[in-house]
Design a protein around this ligand. Structure first.
Ligand SMILES: NC(=O)c1ccc[n+]([C@@H]2O[C@H](COP(=O)([O-])OP(=O)(O)OC[C@H]3O[C@@H](n4cnc5c(N)ncnc54)[C@H](OP(=O)(O)O)[C@@H]3O)[C@@H](O)[C@H]2O)c1
Length: 246
């Protein structure tokens, strides 16, 4: 209710200081803070008054500057590094991409490797463990019962590395669905990201790919970041996947 009240005030005032003052301040760790999505998540969380720790393998690449922002070095391939960063955080957001090594297996997608490493570390923290929000891929969404969007992609035009990442995201979701001792959420964007403005207006769904009246499935990166920070604040989708589209 408190958050709803803050939202209504914010809507009437635009994105206002009222929002930052009325919500509980969280400590949010963002992996992928230099990335397309992660950098907007950092901005969105800061605008709401949260304390953000932005992670990069090279923190000099984190361009924002804010009194509530710390830029730190971290690598998702290194569990000791993860363990040193997640302690005392309320929420860990993973929004990364990459293929590790030369394997042609989706098991080598960073998205798949990262969730397991972070879950291993969070599991060891037991009750004091932060929640995990993993940014997934639209390939994991169903386009018809039992058929994923990933199954329908035309492989001839798809770069091999992208195909591995898409399959890696499917594996990441399958893995998370076996995890019942860590509070995870898997956030899935629409088929297409746009550079459109932050509107704060979008639909939230589940396993099915959402399309608008024109049959398009899209969401702006800025609005997807809003949905991620909403989930950080509200924990509406613990141990679930949620999807975001107009
Ligand atoms: N429609 C869709 O389904 C769709 C479309 C696009 C993206 N996505 C998903 O959205 C997520 C983010 O994509 P993006 O386009 O924002 O990515 P991006 O701009 O390419 O950024 C990738 C990020 O990964 C980080 N990273 C790479 N290796 C790392 C490591 N070993 N440890 C820690 N961080 C590492 C990089 O950080 P540093 O280099 O600074 O360390 C960078 O910030 C991905 O999960 C992607 O699959 C989905």
């Amino acid at each position: 209710m408190r958050y709803l009240a803050a939202m209504l005030v914010s809507l009437s005032l635009g994105m206002s200081a009222a929002h930052a003052e009325d919500t509980v301040r969280l400590k949010i760790l963002v992996y992928g803070a230099t990335g397309n999505i992660g950098s907007l998540v950092v901005d969105e969380a800061l605008s709401r008054g949260h304390a953000v720790t932005a992670v990069s393998r090279d923190p000099t690449q984190i361009k924002q500057s804010h009194r509530n922002l710390s830029a730190v070095k971290g690598d998702l391939l290194d569990e000791d590094s993860i363990a040193g960063l997640v302690v005392d955080q309320d929420v860990v957001i993973i929004s990364v991409r990459g293929i590790i090594g030369k394997s042609k297996s989706p098991e080598s997608a960073l998205q798949r490797i990262a969730v397991e490493k972070v879950v291993n570390v969070l599991r060891d923290l037991n009750c004091s463990s932060p929640r995990l929000i993993h940014v997934g891929g639209a390939g994991t969404l169903e386009v018809e019962p039992g058929v994923l969007y990933a199954d329908k992609l035309p492989k001839v035009f798809l770069p091999k590395s992208l195909e591995l990442e898409i399959r890696g995201q499917v594996l990441a979701l399958e893995y998370l669905r076996t995890v019942d001792d860590v509070k995870w959420s898997y956030a899935t964007p629409a088929k297409n990201f746009t550079n459109g403005a932050r509107t704060g207006e979008f639909r939230l769904g589940g396993d099915q790919l959402m399309e608008n009246a024109k049959g398009r499935s899209k969401i702006s990166r800025a609005d997807f970041a809003v949905a991620l920070v909403d989930e950080a604040e509200n924990a509406n989708y613990v141990r679930q996947r949620f999807s975001v589209a107009y």
